[in-house]
Design a protein around this ligand. Structure first.
Ligand code: ATP
Ligand code: MG
Length: 180
């Protein structure tokens, strides 16, 4: 499984439709400060179901919608589509290519789709959850996060590893059960 392409439309600084293709292997995004490199990573997290405005480096969810510039008015919606190569069947769905899409309107409404068919956020989260990508899987290491890991004490570092290994949720459940 690998990411094939992503299209952004009205997402953060990407006002016009912008498609980027990813070949198997490593992709580097380069550009000057403030040119939108981290916005590309935010788009990835967002289309995979991220629900936290802070994780997307904003104050509220609608901050992902293009807010306008001196020469261009704000837009009313943000849209991101991510196409994943599934020839190895890593995603539990009978398609060799899977496109997940997320649209958000300024009035707060949201739409999600898998291969063009409307679905719920939960469907996208479930599709991705056992594949090793998706939310809370530590597949996205944010700017400055590496520093935080290196500086963390042993307890904190253990929490990172336990979360990545999927142990943390069981530990939390155990603690909750013991408290009862
Ligand atoms: P650095 O190298 O400093 O990390 P970067 O390439 O990662 O920079 P980003 O953080 O991705 O840059 O992009 C920041 C730019 O995105 C800013 O110019 C900001 O104004 C713009 N931006 C963020 N959200 C929106 C939005 N909703 N509408 C329009 N522009 C936005
Ligand atoms: Mg950045």
């Amino acid at each position: 499984m690998h990411l094939k392409s992503m299209t952004l439309r009205g997402f953060k600084s990407f006002a016009s439709a912008t498609t980027m293709r990813f070949e198997p292997g490593i992709t580097c995004v380069v550009g000057p400060n403030g040119s939108g490199k981290s916005n590309v990573v935010d788009a990835l997290a967002w289309v995979m179901g991220e629900q936290g405005a802070k994780s997307l480096r904003g104050g509220k969810m609608e901050d992902v919608i293009f807010a306008g510039t001196a020469g261009r008015p704000p837009l009313g919606r943000a849209e991101v589509s991510l196409t994943i190569d599934n020839t190895d069947g890593a995603l539990p769905i009978d398609y060799t290519e899977v496109t997940i899409s997320r649209i958000m309107f300024r009035n707060g409404g949201s739409e999600y789709a898998i291969n063009g068919t409307a679905c719920r956020l939960l469907d996208i989260q479930e599709l991705l959850s056992d594949s090793g990508i998706g939310r809370e899987m530590h597949v996205i290491v944010g700017q400055g996060q590496l520093d935080a890991v290196l500086r963390a004490g042993p307890e904190e570092r253990r929490a990172f590893i336990e979360e990545a290994a999927g142990v943390l949720k069981h530990r939390k459940r155990k603690e909750k059960a013991l408290r009862k």
